[in-house]
Design a protein around this ligand. Structure first.
Ligand code: BES
Ligand code: MN
Ligand code: ZN
Length: 497
């Protein structure tokens, strides 16, 4: 999508469609609509268009516009409008017009609202349009002509195009990161297996990210028996990828993001039931978010030191697969009795977390994982679960999630929950008691691999990495790219820029 900013109005700019944003109950038009005369307003009133949030109004373009079609988009109340509101309005425009037959659109996002000036409002609308125009059509070879995207050019009105472009440049990098995360989650598991995922990470070297890939031999030497145990039932070898973005001061300790990258989760010998198992191609959503973040940081030349570490495995049932009852030794030296091979994500993260602390001196560690079905029962698809041993870090994550419309809800941790994963046969077992507090006992397991005094947070994104159908125009069908925007904001506001 080509995005440009201009001071011109819709009466001077040729485009297939002209769009104007409206605040609720304020159909006061900007100059060009007024020049176009009152029939537009009459038609809007007849259609009961009130400028409510996400309300739209479609019309033939009134005389005087160099467009064939007119689209009004509601922003809701001016006092409540923020960057997310402009993003959603921009996304709605893209969604409505992407396969409309039109090739270009002119958007007047209006004067801004509150702390957001007109240039920022235009930039956020353009960012929303990028997120909203996302499609995953790589494997659709028989799309009919009217199903194919036609929209390729969006022109946004801005008081100062240079300023708007500057705001947009950082947001466009972020959109690239979100797109990468969505693509990774969408790819089928026969295409995106650990080695292929690692190759896609290596492509980020072109953006200035330092990328290292550890193979099975290297991980064996490091003693990563937990991660390797999960992968041993697959013919596709496991990988650990370390991605570094060094945009901060040399002495600044890095923020580390760790991702669960189970490229497919059959459950292993504790096999999952067949219904919906195909969704488990998205069980690498945590790793995808971390990879998307690294892309975004490099794209916007972030002034922060950030390390992304992702554990990539495939969890398969096989003659060589781990059995329930097996005891594996993690890199930390702690032994784990594997009572359910479907509780595999925590095994992968255990070694990735330990590696992060052995190799670096992290300012903080945040892991992201599609870890438990229990978190979907608790929170549905509206919040990710947050678990942390550090109130400042937890607050910063909550704040970032709120600002980016990727909200989190904090859960407790505690000794009584921790006790549930004690085992008489090894240092711990990989599941708790029955299904009680399943998301919390999973987090307790992870915490056993976090060193004393190390600030750490865990985000259980099992309900957020994908969803059947979202009402939010920023979110496409299925893969959401959840986490990239939250982490990017966290790095910007809390870890140096
Ligand atoms: N990848 C799943 C969790 C999951 C479930 C993600 C639904 C997305 C949607 C995870 O590996 C898993 O299987 N967890 C088990 C843990 C149980 C065996 C303790 C679960 O949640 O049932
Ligand atoms: Mn599982
Ligand atoms: Zn899993």
């Amino acid at each position: 999508m080509q995005i440009t900013f201009t001071t011109e109005s819709s009466s001077d700019t040729a485009a297939d469609c002209a769009v104007e944003f409206y605040f609720e109950e304020r159909l006061t038009a900007t100059e060009w609509t007024e020049a176009a005369g009152t029939p537009l307003h009459a038609a809007a009133a007849t259609a009961r268009f009130r400028g409510n949030s996400q309300q739209t109004f479609d019309w033939l373009a009134p005389a005087g516009l160099k467009a064939n079609r007119f689209l009004g988009v509601g922003l809701g109340a001016e006092g409540k409008s923020d960057s997310i509101g402009f993003q959603r309005a921009g996304a709605l425009v893209a969604k409505r017009l992407i396969a409309s037959g039109g090739e270009s659109v002119f958007v007047d996002a209006g004067p801004g609202a509150g702390k957001l000036d007109a240039n920022e409002a235009a930039a956020h609308a353009a960012f929303g349009a990028l997120l909203g125009s996302y499609r995953f059509h790589l494997y659709r070879t028989r799309l009919k002509p009217d199903q194919k995207p036609t929209l390729g050019r969006m022109i946004f009105r801005a008081a100062d195009p240079k300023k708007a472009q500057k705001h947009f440049t950082a947001l466009a990098a972020l959109a690239e990161g979100v797109k990468l995360a969505r693509d990774l989650v969408s790819e089928p598991p026969n295409i995106l297996f650990p080695e292929e995922f690692a190759r896609r990470c290596e492509a980020l070297t072109a953006e200035g990210v330092e990328v290292e890939v550890l193979d099975v031999e290297a991980m064996t030497k490091l003693g990563m028996g937990a991660l390797l145990g999960v992968g041993q039932g697959s013919v596709r070898p496991s990988r650990l990828v370390i991605m570094q973005w060094k945009g901060g001061k040399k002495k600044d300790a890095p923020a580390i993001f760790v991702g669960k990258g189970v490229c497919f989760d059959t459950g292993g010998i504790s096999l999952k039931p067949p219904g919906g198992m195909e969704d488990m191609k998205g069980d690498m959503g945590g790793a995808a978010a971390v990879t998307g973040l690294m892309r975004a940081l490099a794209g916007r030349q972030a002034k922060a030191n950030v390390v992304g570490i992702i554990g990539l495995v495939e969890n398969m049932p096989d003659g060589n697969a781990m059995r329930p009852g097996d005891i594996v030794t993690s890199m930390s030296g702690q032994t784990i009795e594997v009572l359910n091979t479907d509780a595999e994500g925590r095994l992968v993260l255990a070694d990735a977390l330990w590696y992060a602390q052995e190799r670096f001196k992290p300012a903080a560690i945040v892991d992201l994982a599609t870890l438990t079905g229990a978190i979907v029962i608790s929170l549905g698809h509206e919040y990710a679960g947050l678990f942390s041993n550090d109130d400042d870090l937890a607050r910063a994550i909550e704040k970032a999630g709120k600002a980016e419309a990727e909200p989190v809800w904090r859960f407790p941790l505690g000794a009584a929950y921790d006790k549930q994963i004690d085992s008489p046969n090894a240092d711990m077992k990989n599941i708790g008691r029955d299904r009680e507090a399943g998301s919390i006992t999973a987090a307790q397991f992870l915490q056993r691999f976090v060193k004393e005094g190390q600030a750490w947070a865990h985000l259980d994104i099992a309900g957020m990495a994908w969803r059947a159908n979202a009402e939010d125009p920023l979110i496409p069908a299925w893969a959401t790219g959840y986490g990239v925007r939250l982490l990017n904001r966290l790095v910007e506001d809390h870890f140096g820029g």
